[in-house]
Design a protein around this ligand. Structure first.
Ligand SMILES: NC(=O)c1ccc[n+]([C@@H]2O[C@H](COP(=O)([O-])OP(=O)(O)OC[C@H]3O[C@@H](n4cnc5c(N)ncnc54)[C@H](OP(=O)(O)O)[C@@H]3O)[C@@H](O)[C@H]2O)c1
Length: 341
């Protein structure tokens, strides 16, 4: 850590346990589809939307006549989800266009994905971006094409690289009635390293053997702490624009939800699933960030928790949102991804 940044403070274990408990028994959602505005003429981009929370997000947006760009890694899976949503909602005037090939485990693939998104947009305004795609691996062994730990690359490097290409399409005063970015994080950031959530010397674990990596929940937690910083850092980098057009960039812990995310959990999930919520509740959380009129540019960097309210992240991560740690994380990620610009 730079000496100008204060050492990470400790955090209360009691509050940590309360926050973990809250994830299982959150307050009821208060901002639900009947509160959403009509989205005719608006365009939203949602990553990882062939399944899980992302698929629910697309369906709820589509029901409000939104035009959606669904970014997935396997085109066929995206097409299947789109067909199902379109068939279930014949009254919608929206559209769903699938852009495939977005596999964050190889950063070299992202520039061409961005080119395809640009073609789909064809100069039209982009109103909402939901960085929803994510990986919670069942072990700590995954390594990307770039030689980085798989969850940090999928959950942090990939979205920031895609956002780099989306910036010129999004940071425009073309439709300033709605400009939102949601960086999907998790309550699992509570389990991250006690140094502001990040293993600063080597967050990608490229310098050590796989056998020396910490457990998978610490690694997943690290990536989700980074998402909280990314939301604030993106705002900081575009502050003038955001403040002028009331553009909002927030992180979001969608909830503890039954989705494909726990696909590697086996028997554990068989028992745990009774404690988890249906995936649509996660969409309520993410769409609070994307649509709630209560959020203003000054709320950027806030941490949305289930099922659509703002609370503080872990104490050291909260401090990291004010003392420069968030910009340090952003810069560190930029160093890793800039060769793919
Ligand atoms: N479910 C929960 O309890 C929970 C809790 C907190 C946070 N979250 C977060 O919510 C987000 C959505 O998760 P979910 O629960 O809906 O999980 P999910 O059902 O597993 O969906 C994850 C999506 O991300 C995509 N994805 C995975 N690895 C990818 C990669 N390398 N490159 C590009 N896309 C990739 C998946 O594509 P494929 O189908 O092709 O694999 C899928 O579309 C994630 O960011 C997750 O961390 C979930």
């Amino acid at each position: 850590m730079d000496s100008i940044i204060a050492p990470a403070p400790g955090y209360s274990k009691k509050k940590l346990l309360c926050d973990i408990y809250y994830g299982f028994r959150p307050n009821k959602p208060t901002f639900t589809p009947e509160d959403y505005p009509d989205l005719t003429g608006k365009t939203a981009l949602v990553t990882g939307c062939n399944t899980g929370i992302g698929k629910h997000v697309v369906e709820l947006l589509y029901q409000k006549n939104c035009n959606i760009i669904g970014v997935v890694r396997t085109h066929e899976k995206g097409d299947a989800a789109r067909d199902e949503i379109v068939n279930n909602n014949p009254e919608s005037n929206g559209t769903i266009t699938v852009v495939g090939g977005c596999d964050y485990l190889d950063l070299a693939k992202i520039p061409s994905v961005a080119e395809n998104i640009k073609k789909v947009l064809d100069g039209k305004p982009l109103n909402i971006i939901v960085h929803n795609a994510g990986l919670m691996a069942p072990d700590n062994k995954g390594t990307s094409a770039q030689g980085y730990e798989a969850m940090f690359q999928t959950n942090v490097l990939g979205p920031q690289l895609l956002q780099h290409f989306l910036d010129p399409l999004f940071v425009k005063k073309d439709d300033t009635s709605l400009k939102r970015i949601v960086w999907v994080s998790s309550g699992a950031h509570l389990l991250a390293f006690n140094t502001y959530g990040i293993n600063w010397e080597d967050p990608t674990f490229e310098k050590v053997a796989v056998s020396e990596r910490p457990d998978n929940q610490t690694l997943y937690g690290q990536s989700k702490a980074a998402n909280i910083y990314q939301a604030k850092a993106w705002y900081e980098n575009h502050k003038e624009f955001c403040d002028e057009v009331d553009c909002v960039s927030v992180s979001c812990y969608p909830g503890n939800l039954r989705t494909d995310l726990q696909r590697g959990w086996g028997l554990t999930m068989f028992f745990m699933k009774f404690l988890f919520w249906d995936g649509i509740y996660g969409a309520y959380s993410e769409l609070f960030g994307a649509l709630s009129p209560t959020l203003k540019a000054k709320d950027s960097g806030s941490y949305v928790v289930p099922f659509g309210e703002i609370q503080d992240p872990r104490e050291d991560v909260k401090l990291g949102l004010t003392n420069g740690v968030y910009m340090k994380l952003w810069g560190l990620v930029e160093e890793k991804i800039k060769q793919y610009y």
